[in-house]
Structure formats: structure tokens, C-alpha cells
Design a protein around this ligand. Structure first.
Ligand SMILES: Cc1ncc(C[n+]2csc(CCOP(=O)(O)OP(=O)(O)O)c2C)c(N)n1
Length: 573
């Protein structure tokens, strides 16, 4: 039976059918749905971990213990998981271990366009890249077989377009493979220099063997057509190439290691060889290093996604517009009633230097709030605030920097930052924007929500106690809707000459809640436009008049405290 399926769901199905028992991941668009879907199979123990490093370590432990295990993350998550990845490549596995990573060419929801294929190359682990939903399922299953056969973690790479597109997938049966026997083997699993030197050799031998064997893997296949041009491609780009050209194609299902014998055979048959790949010249560079003449980035560049139109334009000098641009632009904005808005209003009003972080609250950087100075990676707000303060103080400038971070992000990688600030006698103030959910990636639970991925109750992490245990003496909890309280506390905290934490708490407005009557503008309005300064999408300024859009207003009341004239009231008041 075939079913229309999101590619991410097909990966989950592949894991299920491959007999996977353990999934541990951290959410990140465009990878999140794989783990959410895995949690629906009762045979798979699925968990959200606090970050990708822990997730991969849980999966690695499970695999060494004998259970097939999967860990999923977005491309930047691999930076966090890189430490266990590089050495798990040395220990190898027992049962299969797969790291599914979703890259984001075009940065639809990411802070950079890094290319995960280089991780496969530098960690010396094989990487498979499916082009559609069916392949996603098949390659996931194959990845587990390769992992066990070659005793290595295997990476499965998706990109946004592939991860979030749908295709028909053949539904099969779950393999009943049981637990593999675990044997204590310190020489293999305890990576200290003496053992690691031997394992490094094993890694090299394995990689050499895979590099030979992959020439006959049927996931690397040649499709001959016009011999004028031969194109090497993989993943979603294969679909564009097939639609855009009549060239012969070498479709790579395994993007690392590369099947050089097959590539040389293909190159010898075509007049001109072109590598079509998104982002970096990963395949092209390796071909050139092996003396294979080809073109690639000189035609296509390294930026963003490719498409059928782009390929036709670049190869055949056409001028096809890339996308329909007739729809109005919708700049990202915090939701009406978002509990992050009030904090940013205050920070902007007080003209503070604010190191930002990654989450819905990064939108505090956008006008009219414009409250954030930096955003680099998850957790960076904390260390960077401390770094700003050291730099300012070293130049004799007395200034206290404020960091802002979400609850999930604080748990992911902010905790070590605050320990560092306290330990090194820093004086920055950290505001934890606790909306009690991982909102940006679609409302995943985290250790501070008190629920597991299965929706079961679990021990709830107490953020106040945690930061106090990190050595922060002044910890204040404020209502994120109370602008006056926030302003008072921020002013108090920035006067302190030691590290301090404010927890601004209110549930994400998109979580289920009681419906309330919306606010409206009454005839006391003087059109001073003060209420527009918070950038709430429910407050509209049309034809010189202020209006509250009832469909959007969530009755958070943040705007009420901005109006000196009492012009914002509830309908019944
Ligand atoms: C290393 C890494 N992993 C995952 C992500 C994806 N991601 C972006 S923000 C975020 C968490 C946001 O949750 P939270 O900090 O609670 O803030 P909220 O969106 O709820 O305001 C995640 C998982 C990322 N950008 N980087």
C-alpha cells in the first residue's frame, strides 16, 4: 500500500520499519517532524533532549548497548553534536546509529546556510541524501544496514524542500530485529589516546572500503540521455535537473564518500561534466582534487536554493522568473499577545545594549521595537553579554549589558553561559523569556514544561532554583504582560554590580487558553500613536485613526499601560 507522506514522516516510517527502538533529538526546522512522527509509534522510545549533543549521546549509548537508534536535528544542531559525532565515528556502533540532519539552503528558518556534507567528510562517516519521500524511507532503512555492516554512524541529509515536500511512499512491515548483544569492549568504546590511535586506523580502513564499495551501490546511478552534457547531482537538486535539462545524469544517493570509479566512467562518456549542487562546491572540489575536469560553482554560485528556473537560466541563458512575486510580502512579526513584546518595549525604551538569542523573541530586533543588538547562535546571548561588559569596562565605559534568552534556549546552551558569568564575576543581566514552550519550532515540550514528547507528566525543571544554584544571587520573576513591573525590575537589575537574572513569565499566546473579549479604542483616543510603539499586529493605524482588530486582539492588555488617556478599554467597560 502507498500513502502520500511528508518526507520527514517517511524518515520516521523508515526508522520504524528498520526496527529502530530509540530516538533522541532536539527540535529544529526543517527536521522537527521526524521526531514528532517517531513519537507516534509505540514501539519507538522517543525523547526530546535538552540539546543536540545530549540527543546524539543518548542515541549513541543506545546503539552501543544494542538498540537501533536515531538522532535528528537541523544543520546548526550538528555543530552542537559534533563532539560526540567525531568520536562515535571512532568507536563505531553495535546496533545501527543514524544522525538525520536537515540543511536549510536559502535560510527559510535559520541563521546560516552551512553545508552539513562537510561534517560527513571531516568526521569520516558516510552520508546518504534522498531526493523524495520514498527514497527518504528507503535510505533511512539502508542507513541502518550500512551503519551495522561498516560499524559506523551514518548521516542522512535532507534539505528544506525535500524534508517538507510530500510524495507517495510504500508502507511495509517493521523488521523484528531484537536487541543486539552488548559486549564490554574497552579497546573499542573507551577513547583514550592508546585505544583511539588503533580506532583511527579502523576508521581509515572502513572509509577506504566504503569508498570502493559505493561504486556498486544502486543508490548511485547513471541515467544516460544526451551525451553532450553530464550532470552530477543529489537530493532535491536531482528533481530540478531532470525537469530542467535533457542531460545525462549521475544521481548520487551517497554524497560521502563519493563513488570515484563510477564518476570517472560517467565523465569519460560525456562531452562536458557539470556538478549541480546547492551551497558549497562539496562534490566539485573533490572531483577537481581527483583530477576530474568539471564545472559547477562558476555557473551556479553558492547562495541559496536552486530551482528548475535557475538551472535553465544558468545553463541555457533563459530568463525565467524564479518565483511568483505577486503576493504581498509578510514581514515576520511577534503574534498579537506574544508575551515577549513587553520586555522588548522596555529594553528599547531604556536604550540598553541587548545581546539576543534564537527563538521567537529574535523578532525583538525588528522595528518598531529594534531592541536587539546581536544574534549569533543558541545560547550566545549569555556569553556575549558578559563579553560586551568586559570590553566596555576595559575601555572605562561603565555599562551593563542585558542578554535575552528563551526557556528552551536557556536549557539548551544558556546554563553554562550563566555559570561562566557568575564564575568570572561578570555583571550582566539575563532575562529569561519563559513562555513555557519551545515556540519557534512549533510548540515542543522541554524540561521546563513538565511534559515529555508523549505528553506525559514529568519532573518540571525549576528555572529559579537552577539559576540560584548557578550562583546568581538576584533572581526576580515578573509577569511578562506587566510593562511597569518589567521596567522597574530592569532598572533595578542594571544598577547591580553582579550577575542577575529576571525571569519574564507568561504562557505563549498560541497555547490553548480561555477566549476573552478583545480591547477596543474608545473616544478618549488623542491619536498620539504611543500604542503603536509595541508593534502589535492587532493595533492598526488606518486613515489617521487607531483601531484594534478584534480578530487579532488576544486581550493581553500590554497596550493598555501605554495609553495615558485611558483610550484602550475592554468592550464591556
Ligand atoms: C543549535 C540549534 N538547534 C536548534 C535550533 C532551532 N531553534 C531555533 S530557536 C529554538 C528554540 C526556541 O525556543 P525558546 O528558546 O523557548 O524560545 P521561543 O521560541 O519559545 O520564544 C530552536 C529549537 C537552532 N536555531 N539552533
Amino acid at each position: 500500500m502507498k500513502k502520500l507522506m511528508l518526507t520527514n514522516h517517511a524518515v520516521a516510517l523508515g526508522a520504524y520499519e528498520a526496527g529502530v527502538r530509540v530516538v533522541s533529538s532536539y527540535p529544529g526546522t526543517p527536521s522537527t517532524e521526524i521526531t514528532e512522527e517517531c513519537s507516534k509509534y509505540k514501539e519507538i522510545h522517543t525523547e526530546w533532549a535538552p540539546n543536540e549533543k545530549v540527543a546524539l549521546e543518548v542515541a549513541t549509548g543506545a546503539a552501543i548497548a544494542g538498540a537501533r537508534a536515531l538522532s535528528c536535528m537541523k544543520h546548526v544542531g550538528v555543530n552542537v553534536a559534533a563532539d560526540p559525532l567525531f568520536t562515535a565515528a571512532y568507536t563505531g556502533v553495535n546496533a545501527g546509529l543514524v544522525l538525520a540532519v536537515a540543511d536549510d539552503p536559502g535560510m527559510h528558518s535559520s541563521q546560516n546556510e552551512q553545508d552539513s556534507r562537510f561534517y560527513a567528510l571531516s568526521a569520516h562517516v558516510p552520508m546518504l541524501e534522498p531526493a523524495d519521500s520514498q527514497e527518504a524511507k528507503d535510505f533511512t532503512m539502508l542507513a541502518f544496514d550500512i551503519s551495522e555492516k561498516y560499524d559506523t554512524p551514518v548521516m542522512l541529509r535532507l534539505t528544506t524542500r525535500v524534508a517538507h515536500s510530500q510524495g507517495y511512499v510504500e508502507i511495509g512491515q517493521r523488521k523484528d530485529i531484537g536487541l543486539k548483544e552488548y559486549k564490554k569492549d574497552a579497546a573499542k568504546y573507551v577513547m583514550v589516546p592508546a585505544g583511539a590511535k588503533k580506532r583511527h586506523l579502523a576508521v581509515e580502513q572502513r572509509e577506504n572500503k566504503l569508498a570502493l564499495d559505493c561504486n556498486s551501490f544502486d543508490i548511485n546511478r547513471i541515467e544516460y540521455n544526451s551525451l553532450k552534457t553530464g550532470i552530477i547531482c543529489a537530493g532535491g537538486v536531482y528533481q530540478y535537473v531532470k525537469e530542467a535539462t535533457d542531460a545525462s545524469v549521475l544521481k548520487l544517493g551517497m554524497v560521502y564518500p563519493l563513488p570515484f570509479e563510477l564518476i570517472k566512467e560517467f565523465a569519460s562518456k560525456v562531452e562536458e561534466l557539470i556538478v549541480v549542487e546547492e551551497l558549497e562546491p562539496f562534490i566539485e572540489m573533490q572531483l577537481k582534487a581527483n583530477g576530474i575536469k568539471c564545472k559547477g560553482k562558476e555557473i551556479f554560485g553558492r547562495q541559496g536554493e536552486l530551482s528548475v528556473a535557475i538551472i535553465q537560466n544558468k545553463l541555457y541563458g533563459k530568463n525565467i522568473p524564479s518565483a511568483d512575486t505577486s503576493s504581498p510580502a509578510r514581514p515576520p512579526v511577534m503574534c498579537a499577545g506574544c508575551p515577549h513584546r513587553g520586555v522588548f518595549y522596555v529594553l528599547s525604551k531604556l536604550k540598553l545594549t541587548v545581546t539576543g538569542d534564537i527563538g521567537c523573541y529574535t523578532l525583538g530586533a525588528a522595528p518598531p521595537l529594534g531592541a536587539i543588538d546581536t544574534c549569533i547562535c543558541m545560547g550566545a546571548s549569555v556569553g556575549m553579554a558578559h563579553g560586551f561588559d568586559i570590553a566596555f569596562n576595559s575601555g572605562g565605559v561603565k555599562q551593563k549589558t542585558v542578554g535575552v534568552i528563551g526557556d528552551s534556549t536557556f536549557i539548551h546552551s544558556g546554563i553554562t553561559g550563566i555559570i561562566n558569568t557568575v564564575y568570572n564575576k561578570g555583571c550582566s543581566t539575563l532575562i529569561i523569556l519563559d513562555n513555557s514552550i519551545t515556540a519557534m519550532t512549533g510548540h515542543q515540550d522541554n524540561p521546563a514544561t513538565g511534559k515529555t514528547i508523549a505528553g506525559e507528566d514529568t519532573r518540571k525543571l525549576d528555572l529559579e532554583l537552577l539559576v540560584k544554584a548557578c550562583g546568581v544571587k538576584t533572581v526576580t520573576v515578573v509577569d511578562a504582560y506587566d510593562i511597569n513591573e518589567i521596567e522597574r525590575e530592569v532598572k533595578r537589575h542594571i544598577e547591580l554590580d553582579e550577575a542577575s537574572v529576571i525571569i519574564a513569565r507568561r504562557m505563549c499566546i498560541l497555547l490553548p487558553r480561555k477566549a476573552e473579549k478583545s480591547y477596543r479604542i474608545n473616544d478618549k483616543c488623542k491619536k498620539c500613536r504611543m500604542c503603536l510603539k509595541i508593534g502589535c499586529p492587532a493595533i492598526e493605524f488606518i486613515d489617521g485613526n487607531i483601531r484594534i482588530n478584534e480578530e487579532l486582539c488576544t486581550s493581553c492588555g500590554v497596550c493598555v499601560s501605554l495609553c495615558k488617556f485611558g483610550a484602550i478599554t475592554k468592550e464591556e467597560e
